[in-house]
Design a protein around this ligand. Sequence first.
Ligand code: PEP
Ligand code: MN
Length: 290
Amino acid sequence: MADPLPDLSILRRCWPTYADPATTHPVRVNGTLFGGAKPVVIAGPCAVESYEQTRNIARVVKAAGCGLMRGGVYKPRTNPHSFQGLQDEGLEILARVKRETGLAIVTEVMDPRLVEHVAQYADMIQIGSRSMQNFPLLTEVGRTSVPILLKRGWSATLEEWLCAAEYVAMEGNRDIVLCERGVRTACHWSYARNVLDLNVIEPLRRATPLPVIVDPSHATGQWTLVATMSRAALAAGAQGLLVEIVEAGADRSRLRSDAQQGVPPATLEQIMAMARENRVPDPGVPAIDS
Ligand code: PEP
Ligand code: MN
């Protein structure tokens, strides 16, 4: 028998408004609602690489009917010699594309000292898997009023993930969307980058009213698996998806990060069609001691 979860303000147990597991704390990002009847799709490039690439992808995102565009400008890279993102220049590109398309911007921040700066550009701030337990960073983003996309650390338990969200909530910001992005096991790229843990969605949704979405791109590392895993995630109760895309006809050999995992525009359209058809199911029977 697992230990019960500690008392956290983001648990239904401690947040009486959302005692009923069929309810979700709504998180609004510009015109888009996480936690409604329809799943939300966030789409965009892994990294902002140039204005032209970002604008072309933004047009695809907009035409597909997504309201939110992702794009990394501070990239958490394993190898310090790899492309680290366009940083300030990338933020300016995102701001320009936002002005031109009206899309809301989701982008990652890694450094607590840059939170205030990034918050001026981002409509939603992403905390990446590698930063899930960067407690000063969680505290800092908790002090903003910008909605937070909190990705699961790739070896984090459900309890550790919820405790990370609590660091943000404790500072006053409860507009947090949780994102499952695959956990690491022994598969190591032989067929997929990570193992997509769809088991976690239902227990998580029962434990907390915060919306839960899935990133099938980083979970698989392989664009050909992304549509199938999107379908599986929606069936498992995901309230949205985070999907990396590439430009139509992109030369993957020229992409500077996660070259194999962005789906082409046609696949994004398929995923959007799935999301439109799908009504988010309520969580089912109790699965953990929450
Ligand atoms: C990302 O979404 O850009 C990213 C780096 O993902 P993760 O933190 O899940 O690895
Ligand atoms: Mn990526």
